[in-house]
Ligand binder design. Structure first.
Ligand code: ATP
Length: 249
């Protein structure tokens, strides 16, 4: 399978602090990548480089065969704080990317918005403002808004970190369903090893200076049941790799 994202010899520093030094990484189309690693190692920075929010000082990032030198329309980013505006209803928030895009008729916008509201199961709160929504509902609204332009690349920074355990599991399940439906390439940052194993096809264990390992999850149906021994074994394996990486820093 051809790489959808190619990072070649990328170096990035902030002032004197080197975050990445000649990082090379290839990510495949349609897969979900979970980035996990110690605090401050550069997980969010990597996500921002993939989004085109920041540019490396050396090396390059190519997405879908094109050199990335600015943000792309087909890349969507789900921010940690979700970025919902207090003055927008759910309906307005979900529709906003279509309005900004400007290439859709009123009827097309209405249809697409309805489809996303249904897909995320938030039709019943379409007239609510953010302060009237639960944490899980807010996450669904933000996801619907992120996906309405059908991105080929979805980037998410700690998408479930603010949620309670039950809501987190529900949102993780919603994400898996959306991934099945839209087949986009997804890259997300998490601190939660179980989440990385549950959602990721491939886990990027990031160590300092951009050293990393790729851990391929086994067959999805083996991993998908969290109660299986295979799932626990995989979590244990990821935890070990994090420990080994920390020791060799
Ligand atoms: N705007 C900035 N100015 C100065 N240093 C920064 C800035 N943004 C990030 N850094 C530094 O870059 C390094 C990587 O930051 P980044 O947020 O990517 O780490 P992270 O792995 O996502 O951390 P965490 O898990 O704590 O969120 C950190 O040491 C951080 O202090």
């Amino acid at each position: 399978m051809q790489s959808f994202i190619t990072i070649e010899n990328l170096s990035y520093h902030i002032g004197q602090q080197k975050i990445f030094n000649q990082l090379t990484m290839h990510l495949k189309q349609g897969k979900t990548y979970a980035i996990i690693g110690p605090s401050g190692v550069g997980k969010t920075t990597l996500l921002h480089l993939l989004a085109g929010f920041i540019r490396p000082q050396a090396g390059e990032v190519c997405v879908a065969g094109e050199l990335l030198n600015k943000t792309r329309e087909k890349t969507s980013f789900l921010f940690q704080d979700l970025g919902l505006f207090p003055w927008q209803t759910t309906y307005e928030a979900v529709q906003m990317p279509l309005t900004i895009n400007g290439n859709f008729t009123r009827l097309e916008m209405a249809k697409k918005t309805e489809v996303m509201l249904k897909a995320l199961d938030i039709v019943q709160c379409k007239d609510y403002y953010p302060h009237q929504l639960s944490g899980g509902q807010k996450q669904r609204v933000a996801l619907a808004r992120t996906l309405i332009l059908q991105p080929d690349l979805l980037l998410m920074d700690e998408p479930t970190s603010a949620l309670d355990a039950m809501t987190k599991e529900t949102i993780q399940h919603v994400f898996l369903e959306l991934q099945q439906r839209y087949r986009m390439t997804s890259v997300f940052v998490t601190h939660d090893i179980e989440e990385a194993v549950y959602l990721g096809d491939i886990i990027i264990v990031l160590h300092s200076m951009g050293r990393y390992q790729l851990i391929h999850n086994k067959e999805p149906d083996v991993i998908l049941s969290r109660e299986t021994q295979a799932f626990y074994n995989q979590c244990f394996h990821v935890r070990e790799q994090l420990r080994i990486g920390a020791k060799t820093q």
